[in-house]
Design a binder for this molecule. Structure first.
Ligand code: FUB
Ligand code: ZN
Length: 653
């Protein structure tokens, strides 16, 4: 069985990712703490122009003070506002794990104390229901998010304990688990249902992995089994509230059962449906539990969902979720570029799911998707300053259409400072803030270490020491130094985007066996120095003919980076550019230091097409073609220089 290497055992010295780890510590974490504490200098936007949510302030920490009786007042914000605090705390935990910091720890400790103060004697904690709607506690699992919030609390507690050895958060978590156990379960006097938004399952599993509390595993198994067993569960809850004269409080969704991913039991699921984050947090928990109970049916369901997402519902950027209606998956190959959803949280959830699949069956295909999401669709979720955030990540924007067509109301071109529904910003901080977890994985039973991502870094685990000296992604060479106490295996991922991948030592090529996308090297390593080299040509990407939105379009990728064109770099409207695979193959790459940091720009000899007519439609208008250079930059860096149109899939010549 594979196991995760504790964060502190991987030292990340890499230029590309260290920039983010540092930015998250120096900018994102303090900034987000300010926002959660109602910093007056923040403008909060709704996710969609059509929404009218409360957005004067976050109030997330104040909600806890009110619940604890320290402040007076009401609850403000979304029903799941508590989860913003928990995700922030988890991000802090990872940061402390990597870079201990007394000052930050004392701020975080005070937040943990505040959460403890808000928790009721029976272990319940949810400031919305404590302060605003006590009569609806656990009566609206379809939209109440109580267990969703508690799940995030459990994840934060596990991370916080691992980082600081401080048990205060873990104690809160243990009380939560006892409380949940007293309320939910198969007994007739307990609630036989789960939260409309999966997340508690992941939280319970992380606590189980930290404390080995069997109750946590049992409850996770219960929630993963009960979901979708009675497909009318949520409709019955609503009917009961209505009958009892209580408010329903549920948004309109296309189909309740699939939106809540409760259309069938998880073990019977065969594809990704419904709300994308719900679906993928659930899938991640399904895969994670297989790690503990080897449930065959569940594994088959995970594989089916994976296959469906990875091969039919995944954007080239690692985005998922094709519609704003229910923030959801749609049908196979429906991947519109400009009205898509691609919520940052959904790409993060996908990376979690892929990681949990990798831990069961270590195949490169999972790491390929993690890498696709990390370097593209997740990173685009924040600006380079770490304090502005995208909720949805478009693959194409046109300013005028965006402003004038209400169907594009959710698509922004400038990252806001915060959102009324602020799930994505702290999720970004916790996901990217722990990016080093993906670089190496250990398989202690087989004395093996996997090198999944290339980054200047080192790892020391189970008697194996590996050091990667590299300036990847700015170069294609890794000097790998390996040292081990005895025989062991090193497995090096062969990236699908690389060409001419070679491993050599002291000038001689090392033959390797390729297994599941990894180069496998067995031996005894005595400060052995190896060279890993490969080429990263600029590549033209075509989508399957089934993807109607990308018909006659072409995308550009180099290494892990998917590229896009911004209007700012190009004089003609982007829709007029025409490129071919041959143009892409002869493109030039120039590494420039600019306001975006170090950027490998790509210049392509393109043509522009202009229809020489002022008529809306004409029979004999002439198409005028001109030679133009098309400049492209990595997708993650877009929207950092002001308002600009942008396109990932360009029109083909
Ligand atoms: O419902 C909680 C979070 O808010 C979801 O995960 C996001 O999609 C957003 O709707
Ligand atoms: Zn989100």
């Amino acid at each position: 069985m594979l196991h995760q290497i504790p964060l502190e055992k991987t030292k990340l010295t890499d230029e590309f990712w260290s920039f983010y780890i540092k930015t998250i510590k120096q900018n994102t974490i303090p900034y987000q703490y300010g926002v959660l504490n109602n910093s007056p200098h923040v403008t909060i936007e709704n996710e969609n122009k059509k929404d009218f949510f409360e957005n004067q302030k976050s109030n997330a920490l104040e909600n806890f003070r009110v619940a604890a009786g320290i402040s007076s007042g009401g609850h403000y914000g979304m029903i799941f506002q508590d989860s913003d605090v928990y995700k922030w705390l988890e991000a802090v935990a990872y940061s402390l794990h990597i870079n201990p910091d007394k000052e930050l720890q004392s701020v975080a400790d005070s937040v943990v104390q505040l959460i403890a103060a808000a928790q009721t004697g029976d272990g319940y904690i949810d400031t919305y229901f404590q302060v605003k709607e006590p009569r609806l506690k656990y009566r609206m699992l379809y939209s109440g998010h109580e267990l969703y919030c508690m799940g995030h609390l459990l994840e934060a507690a596990a991370a916080y304990y691992e980082a600081t050895a401080n048990t205060a958060a873990l104690q809160i978590a243990e009380k939560v688990i006892d409380h949940i156990d007293s309320v939910f379960g198969c007994d007739d006097d307990k609630i036989q249902g789960s939260d409309g938004h999966p997340e508690i399952e992941l939280g319970l599993l992380k606590i189980y992995e930290t404390t080995k509390n069997p109750k946590a595993l049992r409850l996770a198994e219960f929630f993963l089994d009960i979901r979708g067993k009675n497909t009318e569960f949520y409709a019955e809850e609503m009917a009961k509230n209505e009958k009892d004269g209580l408010p329903i409080k549920m948004i309109k969704v296309p189909d309740l059962k699939s939106y809540l991913v409760a259309h069938t039991q998880p073990k019977n699921m065969t594809e990704a449906v419904g709300h994308a984050v719900r679906m993928l947090y659930l899938a991640a928990a399904m895969a994670r539990i297989v790690h503990h109970n080897s449930d065959r049916e569940m594994l088959d369901a995970c594989r089916a969902i994976w296959d469906n997402v990875a091969n039919k519902k995944l954007y080239i950027t690692g985005g998922v979720g094709s519609t704003t209606d229910g923030e959801a998956f749609t049908g196979d190959y429906d991947l519109p570029n400009d009205i898509m959803y691609c919520e940052t949280c959904a790409s993060i959830a996908l990376a979690f799911f892929a990681y949990d699949m990798f831990m069961i069956e270590p195949k490169a295909e999972y790491m390929d998707v993690i890498e696709r999401a990390l370097y593209n669709g997740i990173l685009s979720g924040a600006s380079l300053d770490g304090i502005h955030f995208f909720y949805v990540n478009p693959l194409e924007v046109n300013g005028r259409i965006n402003d004038e067509n209400p169907d594009h109301g959710h698509v922004k071109r400038i990252r806001p400072q915060w959102y009324s529904c602020a799930c994505c910003p702290p999720n970004f901080a916790r996901a990217i803030g722990s990016v080093q977890r993906y670089i190496y994985t250990a398989d202690s039973e087989n004395k093996a270490v996997y090198i999944n991502l290339f980054a200047d870094s080192s790892v020391d685990c189970d008697g194996i020491k590996l050091v990667q000296h590299t300036s990847f992604p700015y170069s294609n060479r890794i000097k790998l130094v390996a040292d081990s106490a005895g025989e062991c295996t090193i497995k090096i991922r062969i990236p699908y985007w690389s060409r001419n991948f070679k491993i050599s030592a002291y000038g001689k090529s090392i033959p390797y066996k390729a297994e599941n996308g990894y180069a496998v090297l067995c031996g005894k390593w005595n400060n052995t120095v190896m060279d890993i080299t490969f080429e990263t040509p600029v590549m033209a990407v075509k989508a399957s003919s089934s993807v109607i939105a990308d018909a006659n379009r072409i995308a550009v990728q180099r290494g892990p980076f998917v590229y896009c064109a911004e209007q700012l770099d190009n004089p003609q409207p982007l829709s007029r550019y025409r490129i071919s695979a041959e143009d892409i193959n002869t493109a030039s790459v120039s590494l420039e230091n600019c306001v975006l940091g170090k950027i490998p720009f790509i210049d392509i000899k393109a043509k522009t097409e202009h229809i020489n007519s002022t008529d809306l439609y004409s029979f004999d208008a002439e198409a005028v073609y001109k030679n133009h250079n098309l400049r492209m930059l990595p997708y993650y860096a877009w929207a950092n220089r002001g308002d600009s149109d942008m396109m990932v899939w360009l029109h083909q010549k």
